[in-house]
Design a protein around this ligand. Structure first.
Ligand code: C2E
Ligand code: CA
Ligand code: CA
Ligand code: CA
Length: 279
């Protein structure tokens, strides 16, 4: 039993070492990617449900690694958060989103709202006001067309400080959205303390429409309660007409999802905007 225990331990520690090595490797490669500009942004349209028109886009980071191909943010954002690289990465995303937005504006495309994800670690540990103002100043992109997506966990740790930061951003004309709503611990009553504009219903409540009654009731309740707080509601991960119909019936304002389009590279998003401008 002893020998078995020892080999078990060795197996386990080898596994740990391998995991640590892989993470270190990823960290070093990510650092390099930032330096060599191997990251890019994809854009997913946000649709106004009543007019069925694109009114915005969420910017989503992608890593085109020459050796490993396209790496998903779900893989490298957590590493960036743990190593502190998220500050640099987050600043790059803000700057690049504003740069792209400005370019579209200069090309005469219809004005849309660009939504940028802010990691809770980035929100807590870096000067987010400075990063945002700097990106706007450097690019000339208007604050009124920028939206920041924050999660519940970003707001919950230092509540008073968070309220102050959000108020300063909002005063400047930036819109604020709460992302993945329903997956954290906060209630809508709690959200009332924060100066928010948009609530994004998490995809997990949309996935089983129209098959799961309780998810449908939750989605409906979120829409109704968000409206009493004067928040605009956007549903995430809408993939079917049935889901959209149900959300529309509930009075949901906007949606994002594969039904309209997955996240696409900037030039493809531009085509979507142009096609819409023509009709
Ligand atoms: P998120 O902010 O909740 O973004 C939505 C994710 O759902 C995106 O995955 C998007 O591609 C995916 N999605 C959208 N519509 C559908 C749909 O209809 N069906 C399905 N199955 N999926 C859909 P993505 O781009 O892989 O991003 C994953 C997560 O990584 C994001 O979740 C966000 O938390 C994080 N992330 C992405 N870009 C950034 C960034 O620039 N900064 C930070 N801090 N986090 C980012
Ligand atoms: Ca998001
Ligand atoms: Ca989300
Ligand atoms: Ca999510």
């Amino acid at each position: 039993a002893k020998a078995h225990g020892r080999s078990c331990f060795r197996y386990f520690s080898d596994e740990l070492t391998r995991a640590a090595e892989q993470r270190l490797d990823l960290e070093v490669r990510l650092q390099r990617a930032l330096r060599l500009n191997e990251l890019c942004l994809y854009f997913q349209p946000q649709i106004d449900i009543s007019s069925n028109r694109i009114i915005g886009a969420e910017a989503l980071v992608r890593w085109q690694d020459p050796a490993h191909g396209l790496i998903s943010p779900a893989q490298f954002i957590p590493v960036a958060e743990e190593t502190g690289l998220i500050k640099q990465l987050g600043e790059w995303v803000l700057l690049e989103a504003c740069r792209q937005g400005k370019e579209w504006q200069q090309k005469g495309l219809p004005a849309i709202n660009l939504a940028v994800n802010i990691s809770p670690v980035q929100f807590r540990n870096s000067n987010i006001l400075e990063s945002v103002f700097n990106a706007l100043k450097q690019t000339g992109y208007p604050a009124s067309l920028l939206e920041l997506e924050l999660t519940e966990s970003a707001l919950m740790t230092h509540e008073n400080e968070a309220v102050e930061i959000l108020s300063a951003l909002r005063k400047y004309g930036i819109r604020l959205a709460i992302d993945d709503f329903g997956t954290g611990y906060s209630s809508l009553a709690y959200l009332k303390r924060f100066p928010l504009d948009v609530l994004k219903i998490d995809k997990s409540f949309v996935d089983d429409i129209p098959h799961k009654k309780d998810d449908m009731e939750i989605a409906a309740a979120i829409v109704a309660m968000a409206h009493t707080l004067r928040l605009k509601v956007l549903a995430e991960g809408v993939e079917t007409e049935e889901q959209l119909t149900f959300l529309k019936e509930q009075g949901c304002d906007c949606y994002q999802g594969y039904l309209m389009s997955p996240p696409v590279p900037a030039d493809q998003f531009e085509q979507l905007l142009r096609a819409q401008a023509e009709d």
